[in-house]
Every structure is written in structure tokens, then in C-alpha cells.
Design a protein around this ligand. Structure first.
Ligand code: CMP
Length: 140
């Protein structure tokens, strides 16, 4: 089984959509292996999105991602990285395929309800950004 990282973003948490989005992902075959809630600090958001540092939307993105609580989650299924990106849809909700999480819930390119890792190596790094090795262990 592969793993990827999702973050339920502040716009979705604020509108009380966390459970609905997680249910959507479970229905799509993902297992929630670990989840937490937190408020990102500016330093954490800047580091997490460092790859976008030169982009014009970077400052606004960091402000948005620190504006309220988020729910980072480790999701597991076969082909998890590609499948999660498929299920959440395009960054811009006006371009997201019907029925995808962003088509259903996102408000804009920035307030787009959920983040997903873009490649397996990114997923491994992003999972470790939020979770320790111990968090990933199953004890059933
Ligand atoms: P995410 O998958 O979290 O990765 C980078 C984020 O930057 C993206 O989702 C959007 O929230 C945001 N983003 C990407 N492109 C734009 C844009 N053109 N304008 C505003 N925000 C953007």
C-alpha cells in the first residue's frame, strides 16, 4: 500500500466540511492511517510551501494556511499519490472535474479545501513534516 499526505485546509475546516471530505476520501478507497489537527505557524507554512517561494501567490498562500486550523492526514491505498490527486481534482475549482472534492467544495484557486502531495518522494517528505514514524504504526 502507498501513502500520501492530505491537508484539509482552513476554508474547509471553517465551513465544517472536514468530515464530509474525509468521508469522500474513504468512499474513494483511502484508509486514514493517521490524522491530527493543528494551527500552522507562519514559519511552518513558509517551510511547507518553500517550493513556491518565488510565486506571486506565496505570501497570500502562507497567510491563508495560517488563518485557521488544518487537518493533515496520512492516507493509504494502492497508487495513493496519483489517486488522491485524481479524486480531489484540479487546483482551480472551475477546472476541477465534476464530483471531485475541489469541484464540490473549493471556493477559489487558493481556498481550494485540500492539499495533496504531488509525487511519491514529496509524499514521504510531507508525511514526515507532520508525523513521526510512531504515528504511522498500526496497532490493530
Ligand atoms: P496546494 O495543492 O496546497 O499547493 C500549492 C497551493 O498554492 C495550491 O494548492 C493552491 O492553494 C495555491 N495556489 C496555486 N496556484 C495558485 C494561484 N494561481 N493563485 C493562488 N493560489 C494558488
Amino acid at each position: 500500500m502507498d501513502r500520501t499526505l492530505a491537508i484539509i485546509k482552513p476554508d474547509a475546516v471553517e465551513r465544517n466540511l472536514t468530515g464530509r471530505i474525509l468521508d469522500h476520501l474513504e468512499q474513494a478507497g483511502f484508509r486514514i492511517r493517521s490524522i491530527r489537527s493543528m494551527r500552522l505557524t507562519t514559519a511552518q507554512a513558509e517551510e511547507f510551501y518553500a517550493v513556491h517561494r518565488e510565486r506571486p501567490f506565496y505570501g497570500s498562500l502562507v497567510a491563508f494556511m495560517t488563518s485557521g486550523p488544518v487537518f493533515p492526514a496520512i492516507l493509504e491505498r494502492d497508487d495513493a499519490v496519483a489517486m488522491l490527486r485524481h479524486v480531489i481534482g484540479a487546483t482551480d475549482p472551475t477546472e476541477a472535474a465534476p464530483g471531485t472534492v475541489r469541484a464540490l467544495y473549493a471556493e477559489s484557486k487558493e481556498r481550494n479545501s485540500i492539499h495533496a502531495s504531488d509525487a511519491p518522494d514529496t509524499a514521504a517528505r510531507e508525511i514526515r513534516f507532520f508525523f513521526s514514524e510512531a504515528d504511522e504504526l498500526y496497532t490493530v
